[in-house]
Design a binder for this molecule. Sequence first.
Ligand code: ATP
Length: 243
Amino acid sequence: MIPPDHPRYRSLLVRERLSACAREGIVALEGLAAHGRAEAFDYLIGETTTNTARLAARTAAALILQASAPVLSVNGNTAALAARECADLQEVTGITVEVNLFHRTEERLAKITDLLERHGVRVLGGTPERLVPLSHDRALCLPGGIGAADLVLVPLEDGDRCAALRAMGKTVVTIDLNPLSRTARTANLTIVDELTRALPLVSEAYSAMTVDEAAALAVGLDNHYLLQAAITEIIRGLERALD
Ligand code: ATP
């Protein structure tokens, strides 16, 4: 039992949740390592949403609004941490949700789908095909989902798949606390923020967005600037710590 007055209460709760999901086979053990990397970057970024992350979230909403077939690609960590936020995003935007796993087994797919559905997500079903140009099982996706998508929102992604999706001509939007990752640098748009903070911002921005506003945000998209701004935030935080 974690005492609610513990200074790192939320972070410990999240760890407990991820560990429980790992024991259930929803989160891969490798996913726990990925979470550790994210925690470190969240510490560096001040565990808060920066103004540029807000701009990135609004731009993500704009791109989703403009897309004709947007898909949210969900892995084990995303389902474990943010099933409810995925349901909310789908409710607001109508985005298609597909489960896509690096450590893919039918059993894990079923468990993650079940978790998402229990939180109100409508998960796309069907027979996967090797459509993404990758040698491992992340090549598998649904022809009517990621296969046909013009935009893929892939939180907590790995760089190879991000590049492969771009090579297929898709717009890739990611959420990644590490502004130095290959994913962050390869995506069309990176929201450098924690997943459960970022997804509600995208939903909120989408609800209030007009077509004109979306067009202006899309034209103004500069991922290099967004990543530089995140790195600058980290540097400033470190400088403050040195004072
Ligand atoms: P790349 O291949 O892009 O260089 P990587 O090897 O770090 O990235 P993974 O190990 O798959 O890729 O990790 C996924 C990424 O997701 C990490 O960069 C991590 O910072 C990020 N991440 C994990 N959990 C969260 C979270 N809750 N919120 C935001 N980002 C997260």
